[in-house]
Design a protein around this ligand. Structure first.
Ligand code: SF4
Ligand code: SF4
Length: 127
């Protein structure tokens, strides 16, 4: 029973509600790919055209711009959790990750060691 607890925690998507969004920081090798439906959803969210959404928010044809710390431009630095500022219009990949698997960002110490300092740096403004 106790042995399965960490798996249950990290495999439970409810945990996303209390997470600072580790998966919203782009690490080397991590990809966030947007398709035309994702771009259209975001364009409608901001009441702009698909072309304008591409120009404003997307680089390399199909991924969001990031900040120097690697965070997605839509990640809020004003709070600790629930940080996606386009939650209702977020891309499919953001909705589905971690695909009913245990979240790798919670399971892997090496990933957490890289991301936690970035999260803390981003949230400095809260103090
Ligand atoms: S998928 Fe993982 S890293 Fe992303 S918000 Fe959920 S628990 Fe956090
Ligand atoms: S769109 Fe939202 S959920 Fe997706 S990476 Fe950006 S901040 Fe995270």
């Amino acid at each position: 029973m106790t042995a399965t607890a960490p798996y249950i925690l990290s495999g439970n998507r409810m945990y996303c509600n209390y997470c600072p969004g580790y998966c919203c920081y782009r690490l080397k090798g991590a990809t966030l790919l947007l398709d035309a439906i994702d771009i259209n959803r975001i364009a409608r969210h901001f009441n702009i055209s698909d072309g304008e959404a591409r120009n404003k928010y997307i680089v390399e044809r199909n991924t969001f711009k990031t900040r120097p710390d690697g965070s997605c431009i839509f990640l809020s630095n004003e709070k600790m959790c629930g940080r996606c500022t386009i939650h209702a219009a977020r891309p499919r990949q953001c909705r589905e990750f971690p695909y009913n698997d245990p979240c790798p960002y919670l399971e892997r110490e090496d990933l957490l060691n890289i991301i936690q300092p970035k999260v803390e740096e981003s949230l400095q403004r809260l103090k």
